[in-house]
Design a protein around this ligand. Structure first.
Ligand code: WT7
Length: 653
């Protein structure tokens, strides 16, 4: 497989020369049609980015118009200063006066196979009921609410209910362990946790409420837990603290005016991994976030009222926030949402749903595409996928082989592919084709969107020549950018604005080709990208050393055909402890329990010492080369003890 070795994968990307102009049939009715139209937008945004974002902002409903577009006191930005709006009002109420009133907002399918369709009017009602239920529990403006739910419509309801009353939501991916959940609840100081008795995944029930009980036992800030009945399984209900969702909403009024909120009112916290062991709470605020997610949803996905739009991301990740809930509902789209695992009960589950619900825009991750590619083309070919007209990818660089398969087998050769680059921190897509206007190259996210000043630079901030690699940065603020890290302005400054003076550093390496196209080369910090999910090496290491037998651990990423990167851990044991296959298994489980199944190492190697520099820094590069199966080629002159290397290489054999 071509991406076994990172150097090789990059050179494959560098050699990729194919150029696909947008299909003529697509351009004919595209919202941005043709190169000239794109360049006009780009030029307008370049002349005055304030005017460009002002006109995007006017697409929304405001209760008070902003005085100033951008207030930039580096590195702190305020957008649409003095304005007031409400996100739920824009995503719901605004659509009720016109033809979207009775249009499907959400079409949902549970893993066991049941379906639900919820119109905008119905969704509005559900959100009002739940918002009043939250108020009943004492939730006030700016209070934090943790949401730990499966992919059910109520996840969107809970998020929108928070934004309706100005509460700040923190959605925690339901695959995270009780321990990870507790850490996030405590950091945000959440007053209420919204969960379900369980959710369906791979034919089994994930016992969410048990994890919440364990987490909340160590989170004194939590006053109430709301439980959605999803699976009907046995759970413990703690009198006084726990409340059933259906009981609360049965008593609630459906009259809940949307609270007018300041443009910079905090909307949500979303935890993501950085280069230290402690997850960081990325803070997004209201107006700028919605302006840009709505704009990008409309133009990157070229959305129309007749589309059925399916983004396969879970609401636990930023993609689920921006491109399942807020962006698509703001533009009045019909969202398709699926609860469960992609291959359950059969490997053609996704394609069966595309066929039955006539999905027209489909947005997923390269890791999923590679999984499907390996299963073979028969599964998609069993289904009529002719409703699809546009495909998207996000989360990691897509290898050209997967790109071509996606285009030919899923898209039938007629659908443009938008490879969208962005991050939890950016809030919205920054680099992507406009599908009716940007010729695509397999593996490249192409060009920055209008209004986005991205570049590839060296350590001093100087642009590198076309063709050379460097750091991916953004020069000027954009409306949906993170405002800070929850409770830690210093870390915000340090992690994003101090690596390269005056510029936002993304943590990614990139290269621009002769046409100025961006090729993302992946993370250059201590962050792994496993199946499109961000994990910090230090977070996994601290989980490992949390085990009583472990003295020291070093975690690196190893290229993996399906996951993109897999977690490889080097572990030294405390004196008197002996390595064994059982202990390996125990340590893998230990990590899964501490963080979640996504962090479970694919590989653990025991060693009696780790390669270190004289100053005691672990030489990850050497470990990476070992984990990748290659010989150690790089510079080893700073290595303290050469014998370690020899032993590590021997362990291999
Ligand atoms: C990191 C951000 C944004 C939603 C999903 C992940 C990588 C993201 C692409 C792409 C190459 C990509 C980057 C980025 N990434 N999209 N289209 N091509 N790499 O969000 O967990 O915040 O991770 O994902 O390395 O920095 P996230």
């Amino acid at each position: 497989m071509e991406n076994r070795h990172p150097e090789k994968a990059i050179s494959v990307l560098l050699k990729e020369q194919r150029l696909y102009p947008p299909p003529a049939s697509f351009v004919k009715s595209a919202l941005v049609a043709g190169k000239a139209a794109r360049e006009r937008l780009q030029a307008a945004a370049h002349r005055s980015s304030d005017k460009f974002w002002d006109s995007a902002a006017r697409e929304l409903r405001w209760t008070r118009v902003w005085r100033k577009t951008l207030d930039w006191k580096p590195p702190f930005a305020k957008w649409f200063v003095g304005g007031r709006l409400n996100l739920a009002d824009n995503c719901l109420d605004r659509h009720l006066d016109g033809p979207r009133r009775n249009k499907a907002a959400i079409i949902w399918e549970g893993e066991p196979g049941e379906t639900r369709t919820i119109t905008y009017l119905q969704l509005h009602r559900e959100v009002c009921l739940f918002a009043n239920a939250l108020k009943e529990l004492g939730v006030k403006k700016a209070d934090r609410v943790a949401i730990y739910l499966p992919m059910v419509p109520e996840a969107a309801v809970a998020m929108l209910a928070c934004s309706r009353i100005g509460a700040v939501h923190s959605v925690i991916f339901a695959g995270f362990s009780a321990e990870a959940l507790r850490e996030r609840i405590v950091d945000a100081g959440a007053k209420v946790v919204v969960t379900a008795d369980g959710g369906w995944r791979k034919g089994a029930v994930v016992r969410l409420k048990d994890a919440v009980d364990e987490a909340v036992a160590g989170a004194p800030c939590v006053e109430s837990v709301v439980i959605l009945r999803r699976t009907g399984g046995d759970i413990t209900v703690y009198e006084g603290r726990d409340h059933w969702w259906h009981r609360l909403t049965a008593k609630a009024s459906c009259d809940c005016p949307a609270e007018p909120l300041d443009s910079e009112h905090p909307l949500f916290i979303l935890y993501t991994s950085g280069s230290t062991g402690k997850p960081k709470g990325v803070l997004h605020t209201s107006a700028g976030y919605l302006v840009e997610t709505a704009w990008t949803t409309r133009y990157v996905f070229d959305l129309r009222d007749t589309d059925v739009y399916w983004c396969t991301a879970d609401v636990g990740w930023v993609t689920g926030h921006s491109y399942v809930v807020y962006g698509p509902l703001a533009v009045g789209s019909t969202i398709f949402m699926y609860e469960g695992a992609p291959l359950t009960p059969h490997p053609d589950r996704f394609w069966s749903m595309v066929e039955r619900h006539r999905v027209s825009v489909f947005y997923t991750a390269p890791t999923a595409i590679r999984t499907f590619l390996r299963l073979g083309s028969d599964f998609p070919r069993r289904h009529d996928l002719s409703s699809l007209r546009l495909l998207g990818t996000v989360g990691e660089p897509i290898n050209p082989e997967a790109w071509s398969w996606y285009r030919d087998v899923i898209g039938g050769g007629r659908c443009p592919i938008v490879d969208t680059w962005w991050q939890t921190e950016t809030g919205a897509i920054l680099i992507s084709p406009l599908p009716g206007a940007t010729p695509t190259k397999p593996g490249s996210a192409t060009l920055p969107l209008p209004g986005i000043d991205a570049d590839v630079v060296d350590k001093t901030g100087k642009p590198v020549p076309l063709g050379s690699g460097g750091y991916l940065v953004v020069r000027r603020p954009w409306p949906a950018m993170l405002r800070t890290i929850w409770g830690d302005d210093e870390r915000y400054k340090r992690e994003y604005w101090s690596h390269i003076p005056g510029l936002y550093f993304t943590g990614d390496g990139a290269r621009r080709d002769k046409d100025g196209y961006f090729w993302i080369l992946g993370r250059i910090d201590d962050v792994l990208n496993v199946a499109g999910h961000r994990l910090s090496t230090m977070e996994i290491e601290s989980a490992l050393v949390g085990h009583a037998f472990v003295a020291e651990a070093a975690v690196v990423g190893r290229p993996d055909e399906v996951l993109g990167q897999a977690v490889a851990a080097f572990v030294t044991l405390k004196g008197g402890r002996t390595p064994s296959p059982e202990l390996k298994e125990e340590l893998r489980e230990h990590v899964a329990k501490a963080i979640g199944a996504i962090a479970r190492p694919s590989e653990i190697r025991f060693t009696d010492s780790l390669p270190k520099t004289r100053s005691g820094k672990i030489m990850r590069r050497l470990l990476r080369e070992l984990a990748t199966g290659g010989a150690i080629k790089g510079d080893v002159t700073t290595l303290e003890d050469f014998a370690v290397l020899a032993r590590l290489q021997q362990d291999e054999e």
